[in-house]
Each structure stands twice: as C-alpha cells, then as structure tokens.
Design a binder for this molecule. Structure first.
Ligand SMILES: Nc1ncnc2c1ncn2[C@@H]1O[C@H](COP(=O)(O)OP(=O)(O)OP(=O)(O)O)[C@@H](O)[C@H]1O
Length: 233
C-alpha cells in the first residue's frame, strides 16, 4: 500500500537518506528499527511531505505522493503521530478531539469521538483538561486518538513509547494490538525492540540512511547476530 522507492532526502545540505526503499503492506504492521540517528524519523517525515525528496518516489496505493503537501497526504489516508505528539497544549482534550473529528469528518473508517473514548477511556476522564496538563502517556493516547479521527488507512507512529513508564507502554501496546487485530495498517518507528517486534509482522532496519535488513518479526527476534550488528541489542 505504501511504496518508498530509492528516496534520498535530508535537511538542506545534510543528506540523511541514501536511496532508501521500503514497502508497507495493507493490513500489516511494519516496524522500522535502527540506531539513533540512522534516519528513521527522517524517513517518516519524508513520507509525510514534511521534507522534500531529492530523488526517488513514494506511492500510496499506486499514486505518487512525493511533492504533495502534508495536509493532502493526510487527506489521502495516512495519519502520522510524530515523536513530539503534536497535540494542541492550550486546548482541552475535548477541543483537541473535536478539531480532528471535524476536519476529517468524511472518513469511511467510522472513527468518532465516542469510539476513540471507548479505546482510551482515560481520555474520557480528562475531557476538560488542557493538553499541557496531561501526563506523557495521556498525551500519547490523545495524539493517537486524534490520528484515528482522521480515519486513516495507514497509521504512522514515531516512537510511541518514548519517555513512558512501563505500565503505560504496555497499555499503548495493547491498544495498538487491538487496532492491528481490526486490520489497521501501521508503520512504527521504535527503539523498544520487544514492543516493536511483538506488534509487528514485518521489520526493516535502517542504518546510515539505507535499509540494511528486512524480514519478519520472528526472524529478527531469532537473529541475534543481526540484532547485535545493527541495533546494538
Ligand atoms: N532538523 C534537522 N536538521 C539537521 N539535521 C537533522 C535534523 N533532524 C535530524 N537531523 C540529523 O539527521 C540524522 C538522522 O536523524 P533521524 O532523526 O532521522 O534519526 P533516527 O533514526 O530517527 O534516530 P532517533 O532515534 O535519534 O530519532 C541525524 O544525524 C540527525 O542529526
């Protein structure tokens, strides 16, 4: 469903991705692993149109999306939860959710505020709190809830567990597992190897702006040599 074909990209003069290719398939979860600075977040930002491609192309359901604006890529059906979580800190949880729901009201996937609150009951208890008053875990739940309200066909998450307590990591894991069981396609960048490989069907490893390993989650769990070489596990 998402085909990234030999993209090069970076920040101004600094090239980070060197002909990186990766494919995410419908109804599956793909984890992108790799050491700090390997180019994982840069890959996601390039997919989302936040960074231009210097070469290569990106297709979503066969249609080219590189060069498109982030908003149009979201409209095409890709929702993105960045590392920074991107909620509105000065708005309440209710306002954050209503804004997302209104903007993408026509989604066919049927996500509503009521349904995201069923997934994250904790947010229902915090509806009148400001975004900035939430814990890190609650902010992540809100960011995922907002992304779901965009009724995406593909959900992209950048380090959803970063900075969260183990019990919250477990909760986020279980919620993403629920979404996976419902058939939502996902791409997840993660430092937490156990989290990533227990959710993912497919795994790729990025090093120095290229894919250096690709296989199933079971294969990378069994391949200690690759873990050691590419992830320092
Ligand atoms: N805004 C930026 N301007 C210039 N260089 C950047 C910028 N953001 C990231 N980089 C550089 O690009 C390279 C890849 O960064 P990227 O964030 O994609 O890595 P990553 O694999 O996601 O790792 P991390 O887990 O540290 O986020 C790094 O060398 C980083 O210093």
């Amino acid at each position: 469903m998402l085909d990234v074909n030999a993209i090069s990209a970076g920040y101004g003069e600094t090239q980070v991705l060197y002909g990186l290719s990766v494919t995410a398939q419908k109804g599956r979860v793909m984890a992108i692993l790799g050491r700090n600075g390997a180019g994982k977040s840069t890959t996601l930002k390039t997919i989302m149109g936040l960074l231009p491609t210097q070469s290569g192309d990106i297709r979503f359901d066969g249609k080219p999306i590189n060069g498109a604006k982030p908003y149009d890529i979201a409209r095409a059906g890709i929702a993105y939860v960045p590392e920074t979580r991107d909620i509105f800190p000065s708005l309440t949880v209710r306002e954050n959710l209503d804004l997302a729901a209104k903007r993408f009201a026509s989604g066919l996937q049927g996500w509503t505020v009521a349904r995201v609150l069923e997934l994250f009951p904790r947010l229902g208890e915090r509806m009148d709190n400001g975004g900035a008053e939430l814990s890190g875990g609650e902010q992540q739940m809100l960011a995922i809830a907002r992304a779901l309200l965009m009724n995406p066909r593909l959900l992209i998450l950048d380090e959803p567990t970063e900075g969260l307590a183990p019990i919250i990591v477990k909760l986020i894991h279980d919620k993403l597992q629920e979404l996976r069981n419902e058939g939502l396609s996902m791409v997840i960048v993660e430092q937490n190897f156990g989290f990533a490989t227990s959710l993912a069907d497919d795994v790729v490893i990025v090093s120095k702006g290229q894919i250096v390993w690709a296989g199933s989650a079971a294969e990378i769990r069994a391949d200690e040599q690759a873990q050691h070489r590419w992830l320092g596990v």
